[in-house]
Design a protein around this ligand. Structure first.
Ligand code: SF4
Ligand code: SF4
Length: 497
């Protein structure tokens, strides 16, 4: 294991603890341990990730158990399975609209409070598994990137193999002001994160594992370092590095990481894999992979930060599909009156009106309550502060003006499509202009028509490989899983296919 490397960063952005006076993190009560939430019901959308909707494989009236597959990819689609995080009865299947305007079918489940696990969920006696088996487990567990766009993890692993990447990066760089879920998860499950990283590195034939973390995260660094030391002796074929980055927002975004680590400005449509020969996974994703390998537990729960700007912060492990209102119910004395409810974290999240019908999904790392967002209080004064913080070097005020005046081609010419929708410009604007929203929406609309990594032909070919599940084959696959509680090839010296 090498000594840590220090002080990497992109340029611009800002350090949230300095910038946000409502977010003096030291005043937050840190949980001593993660608490589990057992909701009364779940709303499980069939699309919670980047890609296509999957197909419900249960019917209303059917009973389901924890870890049971309730939605499977149709052949030839870029989808991943969806599993139930509670036991109970399916009450309805109907289309819903998520806050990000995704429309898809959702399976509604009423819990029975029995917490019955599906027979396929049980610890594997032997976790020495082959690369191919790891890929299969991750695919069938429905794991997607849990820190951002929700790209299916199997797609990224396959892409990493295709580009013959040299480094696997574990992203422990959660940088939004209220977000804390990854950090507490690291403190409690650092060994699992490291083991998951080794498994994923083996699966895509990589020997260098770099853990990226902000240098001010002392407890998490200690936890990771100890876990790496324990793991290092077992897997000497892998090089582990801790890489310390300057605490800045939005440090964890893949383009910022490319800039900070490799000095590269990724173009639209470029990913880390092709340009930097590296593949990056969020630490919660890595943990989920290990949970699937060691416990045969598919991705049906996640860590979520529940926060308010009054300094209340609680991290819970909640079944995916839990309505946001049920998460707030777990916090004594919390009131949503006169507050804006944000689905996601406070900068990059989306305002919602009805938390009863809005579930957390695989990519939701937080929900928060903030003071009602005010409309613009003054016209743009040309102060340039938005450009000072824009992490991708845009001039948000200029783009805002061009978009509002209908000069779309000029906005494209000035690189509006590069906007990563981080909202730093909106936060910093003294006139309360929601610059980021306007530019971000424009960029998202343009991106749909152009390129994005993971939509290339090669990725589609890999996707075809993963879209093997039909309603019938799900049941057959589950039976097969029940029969095999141990798998044989050794971790070390994993074959690379
Ligand atoms: S929202 Fe877009 S324009 Fe605004 S700071 Fe972030 S990247 Fe720049
Ligand atoms: S920060 Fe606001 S007021 Fe200042 S230039 Fe940008 S949009 Fe205009």
């Amino acid at each position: 294991m090498s000594a840590g490397r220090h002080n990497y960063s992109f340029y611009k952005g800002f350090h949230s603890d300095n910038a946000l006076d409502f977010s003096k993190r030291s005043s937050f009560d840190r949980d001593v341990m993660l608490e589990r939430v057992y909701p009364r019901r779940l709303i499980l959308p069939m699309r919670q990730h980047y890609g296509d909707e999957c197909v419900p494989v249960v019917k209303p009236g059917e009973t389901v158990t924890i870890g049971q597959c309730i939605g499977a990819p149709a052949p030839g689609t870029m989808a991943v399975p969806v599993h139930s995080g509670i036991s109970g009865t399916v009450t309805d299947i109907r289309p819903i609209v998520l806050p990000d305007d995704t429309t898809c079918k959702a399976v509604f489940i009423e819990g029975d409070r029995k917490r019955t696990f599906h027979p396929s969920v049980r610890p594997r006696n032997n976790v020495n598994v082959s690369a191919a088996t790891v890929m299969g487990i991750i695919r069938d567990a429905g794991i997607v990137g849990m820190g951002g766009e929700g790209i299916p993890t199997i797609v990224k692993l396959n892409r990493a193999k295709r580009f013959k990447v040299k480094e696997l990066l574990v992203n422990c760089l959660q940088s939004e002001p209220y977000a804390d879920s990854d950090y507490l998860m690291i403190c409690e499950y650092a060994d699992h994160v490291i083991m998951g990283a080794v498994a994923m590195a083996g699966a895509c034939g990589v020997r260098i594992i770099n853990i990226l973390i902000s240098k001010d995260r002392k407890n998490e660094i200690t936890a990771l370092r100890s876990a790496m030391e324990r793991t290092f002796s077992k897997y000497s074929g892998y090089a582990f590095n801790l890489i310390y980055l300057k605490p800045r927002f939005p440090q964890g975004y893949y383009r910022m990481v490319a800039r900070a680590l490799y000095g590269v400005n990724l173009d639209e449509g470029e990913g880390l894999e092709g340009r930097c020969r590296a593949v990056m996974f969020n630490c919660s994703t890595v943990y989920a992979c290990w949970n699937a390998i060691a416990e045969s537990m598919p991705l049906c729960t996640r860590t979520v930060s529940i926060s308010t700007e009054d300094g209340l912060l609680r991290n819970v492990i909640a079944p995916i599909g839990t309505p946001v209102s049920e998460l707030f119910d777990t916090v004594n004395g919390i009131s949503t009156t006169s507050k804006t409810i944000v689905w996601g974290n406070c900068f990059t999240g989306i305002q919602i009106d009805n938390p009863d019908v809005t579930p957390i999904i695989k990519t939701t790392s937080g929900v928060c309550l903030i003071t009602k967002i005010q409309d613009a209080t003054a016209p743009c004064i040309g102060c340039g502060r938005c450009a000072d913080v824009c992490p991708v070097g845009l001039e948000p005020d200029k783009l805002y003006r061009l978009i509002n005046e209908g000069h779309e081609s000029a906005a494209v010419k000035f690189n509006a499509g590069r906007c990563i929708n981080c909202s730093a410009c909106s936060y910093i604007c003294p006139s309360n202009i929601n610059v980021g929203h306007a530019v971000g929406m424009f960029a998202a609309a343009k991106r749909k028509k152009s390129s994005f990594p993971y939509t290339a032909v090669g990725d589609r070919q890999w996707v075809d490989d993963i879209s093997l599940l039909s309603a019938d084959t799900v049941k057959a696959a589950e039976k097969k899983i029940q029969k095999s509680d141990s798998l044989t090839l050794p971790f070390e010296g994993w074959e690379s296919e």
